[in-house]
Write a protein that binds this ligand. Structure first.
Ligand code: A3P
Length: 354
């Protein structure tokens, strides 16, 4: 059978000797470092969380919980990037759940039949696993050294400046997807409310907006996250592709082809003639993904908690912020973002929305 390129698949492919050795190393590391992580985290700045007791700031970015920070520290310590890897990087609620299967389907076309495609039966978050989760304290981290497949797909929410040094040093490619900050805010607000701690009163939309404007948001500040990858994409265009959710919505075939080209596997004219681009877009459409049993039933492990898979699908539209933000909120956020991004060449226009 042809190899399917996904980290999930390959992470299970080590031999039993390798697995035992790795488990021993991991146990030693757990004992050695858990306390030191806790010690460092106890000194970090914290703020009231949107739906958790506190959010913690580490290396300039905000995380939902101590375990979130610890996941990042563990990724920084253990992840060894390889030149063949493709890393999808996003801020939460920027369309990660869409781009994961898109990238997976681009990479594995020719190996998968559209009628029985893995996207139909596997959650996007298992097809392209989040690094932070693998390295989380309660989940065994994988022995990445033992992976043998030529190319792997991973995902991270970690900011460019906090990426493990091995990612920067490798020749691996990074696809960054961002989204209009007003839609990111609204989508985050509803997502976090749906996964709120039972014992914590969630912030009101006004309070959460205030935090967002201060930069205290899920892996935020928004502007620092996008700027980190934006600048990297200008400096290393062959290694970092900067994409927008709205662009993919507006002209999906064009941007899918751009993505495939960047990933080193452009569509041939024969594939285009056969409608492969269209098939991939149809397979990964909001309508198709959100109606699949694998995506609307069951739970997904996010850090220490299990959350319903269905909450990754809400509307999948551009511009839903118009239904939730007041004019004052819009003006205020527009001004902040404009000022923070000023001089960078990066802009978020509302006019591209439909
Ligand atoms: P909304 O809350 O605005 O609907 P992430 O995966 O980064 O957490 O982003 C989630 C957002 O992407 C949600 O936005 C979700 O509905 C949307 N989304 C999920 N699958 C999608 C798809 N196939 N096409 C477009 N948007 C999608």
């Amino acid at each position: 059978m042809a190899t399917i390129f996904s980290a999930e698949k390959s992470l299970t492919s080590q031999t039993s000797d390798e697995a035992v050795e790795h488990e021993q190393e991991q146990e030693a590391d757990e004992g050695r470092s858990s306390e030191s992580y806790t010690e460092i985290i106890s000194t970090l700045p914290r703020e009231k969380g949107w739906t958790t007791e506190y959010m913690y700031q580490y290396q300039g970015f905000w995380y939902l919980s101590t375990t979130g920070v610890e996941g990042v520290m563990r990724v920084q310590k253990h992840f060894k990037a390889r030149n063949e890897d493709i890393l999808l990087a996003t801020l939460p609620k920027s369309g990660t759940t869409w781009f994961k299967p898109l990238i997976f389907a681009i990479m594995n076309r020719g190996r998968c039949d559209f009628a029985t495609h893995p996207v139909l039966t596997t959650s996007p978050h298992d097809l392209v696993p989040p690094l932070e989760n693998y390295f989380h304290q309660n989940i065994a981290y994988p022995n990445l050294d033992s992976l043998s497949s030529p190319q792997l797909l991973f995902h991270t929410h970690i900011s460019f400046t906090s990426l493990p040094q091995s990612v920067i040093n490798s020749q691996g490619r990074i696809v960054y997807v961002c989204r209009n900050p007003k839609d990111v805010f609204v989508s985050t607000f509803y997502f976090l409310n749906r996964m709120a701690d039972k014992n914590v009163e969630p912030l009101s939309v006004e309070e959460a907006f205030e935090q967002f404007c201060k930069g205290v948001s899920f892996y935020g500040p928004f502007w620092d996250h996008v700027l980190g990858y934006w600048k990297a994409s200008l400096e290393w265009p062959e290694r970092v592709l900067f994409m927008k959710y709205e662009d993919m919505k507006k002209d999906s075939p064009f941007h899918l082809k751009r993505l495939a080209e960047f990933m080193g596997c452009p569509f041939s004219s024969e594939e285009e003639r056969q409608g492969v681009v269209h098939e991939i877009l149809k397979l990964c459409s909001f309508e198709n993904l959100s109606n699949l049993k694998v995506n609307n039933t069951g739970t997904f492990q996010l850090g220490t908690r299990k959350i319903g898979k269905h909450i990754f699908f809400r509307q999948g539209e551009v511009g839903d912020w118009r239904n939730h933000l007041t004019n004052d909120m819009v003006d205020r956020l527009n001004k902040i973002v404009e000022q923070k991004l000023s001089g960078s060449g990066l802009t978020f226009h509302d006019s591209v929305e439909r």
